[in-house]
Design a protein around this ligand. Sequence first.
Ligand code: HEM
Length: 203
Amino acid sequence: MGVLRFRLRDATASAHRRVETAMALDDHCREPESYRQLLARLWGLYEPLEAALARIDWQGAAIDFRERAKLGWLEADLMVLGMNAGTIAGLPRAAALPRVTDRLDAMGMLYVMEGASLGGQIISRRLTADLGVTADQGGRFFSSYGRQVGPRWRDYLLALERFADDQAASARIEACALATFESFLSWFAIGSRPIGIVSGARS
Ligand code: HEM
């Protein structure tokens, strides 16, 4: 499989490395409060990104975003970690987002959000080892599709390859994948400081 997939991987390789550094996921796995801050910040990015993906007409795309939404997992994790629904809904949200006007933009954005579930497997193991966080004890988001991560990623790649022969479409998908990585970068670049979760928010 895949010319377009490899094109996207090459085009975004350096952004991937920068995002890994900016998010400092390793550091956040060492201490419960830091992990909670990470999830809160992820929520602030996933909420608007997934809202944009939910507005797209996915019919005929060989993939359906609604089966890949992960915001609910972040919310479940935050609740396990003591945050209530009202506090979650009031968390700061990212404003600098890629424009998602159609299925091509959406496929590019989804490349990044689905790809993140691959690295998530590594984080998930670390969370269990370092913090004792398992999927149903606050680690649902990073555990993602669990044993289905591989198959779900391959299904996404199959859907992606339907656009591979179309150069203009490929360029649009690539541009939105890059822009999505940039939105992670800018949101996490300011993420070195805590995001003002009201203390005492544990219910
Ligand atoms: C510490 C954090 C991360 C680590 C250690 C990591 C590690 C990895 C690894 C090992 C792969 C290759 C997996 C495979 O081919 O089976 C991968 C792929 C990928 N990751 Fe990450 N990742 C991290 C964070 C992220 C984040 C936050 C994003 C998105 C914002 C992301 C997006 C992607 C994408 C799109 C791919 C697919 C590349 C391809 O086309 O093969 N990763 N990552």
